[in-house]
Design a protein around this ligand. Structure first.
Ligand code: KIV
Length: 276
């Protein structure tokens, strides 16, 4: 049985910290799920870390569904949350509903995530009313990077801090089961977390949130184009991969690979027959 939204909400009530990690493929999802992480986000960050784009903006709904299917196949216990990409929910509630349904029906996800607060509350309500759990995402919302003017900390002055609090409340009122707070000062994230009844999941929002989310390739030291300040590298997988690939390349060139251990045998009399 996968993690349910009621379990996630209960974790906040009990003061249990909620861990979420991204995954974009079968083998990573298997590892994250086996570790017991209750929430897996198929984030549109896959645009940068998997597809090599400069931002999340070029990511399409088809890209997202493709990766969601793989993550669902690789996991058994975690709730899989599909991230609605840029412009897949902004046009109207019908579009938001149709694309959310694709994540659930085609992708096999249990919930969707979308960016925005007051401005998307009507869509959140429509999606939730149709029985699809929604996670909100406010603060630094990467799909609006051009409007925000870069990867800046959000909510540092009274106006923007008030707006973030209003956004969080609007998402709760619209029926969201949790909300991601990205790149928000720790004290503001703590205040928002205390002022809404649904869990807040922080990324670069300090320890006062009800849970934390990170991009899996960041914490594994696998994606090294840039290392965000909010990340802690628990491994240096890119370095290990690089070393292994160089070693393989050298061994192929020098004839050290393959050995008998990686080869197959047959009745040598057949070879002798062939040589006649
Ligand atoms: O796309 C993503 O990975 C995200 C997380 C950073 C929350 O939205």
């Amino acid at each position: 049985m996968r993690t349910t939204i009621n379990q996630v909400k209960a974790m906040k009530q009990k003061g249990e910290m909620i861990a979420m990690l991204t995954a974009y493929d079968y083998m990573t999802a298997k590892i994250v799920d086996a570790a017991g992480v209750p929430l897996i986000l198929v984030g549109d960050s896959l645009g940068m870390v998997i597809l090599g784009y400069e931002s999340t903006i070029p990511v399409t709904i088809d890209d997202m569904i493709h990766h969601t299917k793989a993550v669902v196949r690789g996991s058994k216990n975690a709730m899989v949350i599909g991230d609605l990409p840029f412009m897949s929910y902004h046009i109207n509630a019908e579009q938001a509903l149709t694309n959310s349904a694709r994540f659930i029906q085609e992708g096999g996800a249990q919930a969707v995530k979308l960016e925005g607060g007051v401005n998307v509350a009507d869509k959140v309500k429509r999606i939730v009313d149709c029985g699809i759990p929604v996670m909100g995402h406010i603060g630094l919302t990467p799909q609006s990077i051009n409007q925000l003017g870069g990867h800046r900390i959000q909510g540092k002055d009274i106006e923007t801090a008030k707006k973030l609090l209003a956004d969080a409340k609007a998402l709760k009122e619209a029926g969201a089961f949790a909300v991601v707070l990205e790149t928000v000062p720790a004290s503001l994230a703590k205040l928002i977390s205390k002022n809404i009844s649904i869990p807040t999941i922080g990324i670069g929002a300090g320890a006062g949130c009800d849970g934390q989310v990170q991009v899996v390739s960041d914490i594994l030291g696998l994606f090294t184009d840039f290392v965000p300040k909010h990340t802690k590298q628990y491994a240096r997988i890119a370095e290990s991969m690089s070393k292994a690939v160089s070693e393989y390349y050298e061994e192929v060139k020098s004839g050290l690979f393959p050995t008998e251990a990686q080869s197959f045998t047959m009745d040598e009399s057949i070879i002798d027959e062939l040589k006649k």
